[in-house]
Design a protein around this ligand. Structure first.
Ligand code: ZN
Length: 282
């Protein structure tokens, strides 16, 4: 039996399951501060008996480099009660010696969605925008981990919205996240009709984002998830725009159906946490 924890900005999912990512039992509760959230998660796991390994899929920024002295520590997050909190420390205190893996929530979701394939990018659009990247079977980290939401797109025609990112204004997250759409249009994305101009901009920026991933990481497939991507035909619209922007240059873009909604839906992250635990054995 393996254990997984997916820590999101508002809710935390804890599960027991298999090394292949199958969830057998799970519980969800609101994300509180670091110590309270980990205590609740680890107690739930402990009450269910011994586990072989634990995988954590965490919101960021978080140290994911296993060789770093502060591996598993939350970095400069604005979220109260999380900055400098060591997830690894909490796990080691509760379960000394338990094999432990940790990666970003989006990398975990990318791993789950890849289903054993080696090259996939996963984009989530919600309160923020992030991307997880699996290339050649490896999850991309870098010095900390990619922050794809803060990449700068080219402005869509007719768009003079200043953006909402507190650091950059009109980065991708500043222009296309859920809060950006709400601020710009005065309505939440789910309440904007499918023919609203909002979606023309949203499709444009997501298509540019996909092109930048094709250009930099060469994924075979791109999965787009998160609350803002739920609209009917959203994925087909992004794919059509990617094809136009590709200009015949990226072969993946010419294959119909390379952009998908997450096949595991809201379970992608927790499945990925279990897979992270499962990879420790191999
Ligand atoms: Zn930004």
């Amino acid at each position: 039996m393996h254990a997984g924890i997916e820590m999101g900005g508002t809710k935390t999912v804890v599960a027991l399951g298999t090394a292949e990512g199958e969830v057998l039992e799970e519980v969800r509760f609101p994300t509180l501060d670091g110590p309270k959230t980990m205590e609740a998660a680890l107690s739930w796991i402990a009450d269910r008996g011994p586990v072989e390994a634990l995988g954590v899929a965490a919101f960021g920024p978080v140290r994911v480099d296993r060789k770093a002295a502060d591996f598993g520590t939350m970095l400069a997050t604005p979220k109260p009660g999380w900055r400098d909190f060591s997830i690894r420390g909490a796990v080691e205190h509760r379960f000394p010696g338990l094999p432990f893996a940790l990666d970003t929530d989006v990398n975990a979701a990318a791993l789950a969605e890849a289903d054993g394939e080696g090259n996939l990018a996963y984009i989530t659009i919600g309160t923020g925008i992030g991307a997880g990247i699996l290339t050649g079977g490896k999850l991309v980290h870098g010095v900390v981990h990619p922050e794809f939401g803060h990449w700068y797109p080219r402005r869509a025609d007719g768009d003079d919205f200043p953006g909402v990112c507190p650091f950059h204004g009109d980065c991708l997250e500043g222009l296309a996240s859920g809060p950006a759409m709400t601020r710009r249009w005065g309505a939440e994305p789910k309440d904007l009709p499918g023919d609203h101009d909002a979606w023309r901009f949203e499709v444009e920026y997501l298509a540019q984002a996909v092109i930048s991933l094709l250009a930099s990481c060469s994924p075979a497939r791109v999965v787009i998830g998160g609350g803002v991507s739920q609209g009917e035909r959203f994925h087909q619209a992004v794919e059509a725009r990617v094809r136009a922007l590709s200009g015949g240059y990226f072969p993946m873009a010419d294959e119909a159906g390379f952009i998908f909604p997450p096949k595991y839906g809201q379970q992608a992250g927790i499945r990925g946490a279990l897979l992270l635990a499962g990879r420790l054995g191999g």
